[in-house]
Design a protein around this ligand. Structure first.
Ligand code: HEM
Length: 140
């Protein structure tokens, strides 16, 4: 573990941008873990809200989906910063996830006031959410 000022210097001086962790600062790592925790709660809200609506066969955007989609984009973009990891996620993965996250958010946000959305639109939200989680887990 290194002093937090040394950590910032290490980040700035790193030659290979994909390998940013030449030492880490406990506060930065704790912050990243808290953000990841909130990111996973956002995932639970988005997918849980979507499945709940699907099981009741009422294709309406609910508050859990809206809060979850917003949480994913906000926490995801912050997590994408160089953040005290031994190896940072590949840029292609982050760009893919950012695009998917914004598309999902748009699909949820702009339909939030409709009494019902198309079944296809609804299933696309569920499918894209599962795809984004797969990208998060399997793309290393
Ligand atoms: C619906 C959208 C999203 C879903 C379902 C999702 C899902 C996940 C999951 C399941 C993880 C944990 C993976 C693991 O630790 O092995 C994760 C981590 C991560 N996600 Fe997302 N995510 C979404 C949106 C985003 C967005 C928009 C970004 C921004 C680029 C992003 C960036 C990240 C980063 C950087 C991590 C790694 C955190 C770390 O381990 O330090 N995510 N995501």
């Amino acid at each position: 573990m290194v002093d937090c000022r040394d950590f910032v210097v290490n980040q700035l001086l790193t030659v290979n941008p994909h390998v940013s962790g030449r030492g880490y600062c406990a506060h930065v790592v704790l912050l990243r873990h808290i953000l990841l925790y909130v990111h996973l709660i956002g995932f639970a809200l988005l997918l849980g809200g979507t499945i709940t609506q699907y099981l009741t066969r009422k294709y309406k955007i609910n508050q859990a989906m809206l809060a979850g989609a917003g949480t994913q984009v906000i926490t995801g973009l912050i997590l994408a910063a160089p953040f005290g990891r031994a190896v940072d996620p590949p840029p292609g993965k982050l760009i893919t996830k950012a695009l998917l996250g914004v598309i999902i958010f748009a699909m949820v946000f702009f339909s939030r006031q409709r009494e019902n959305v198309n079944k296809g639109h609804f299933l696309a939200i569920a499918g894209l959410t599962l795809l984004t989680a797969a990208v998060a887990v399997f793309w290393r």
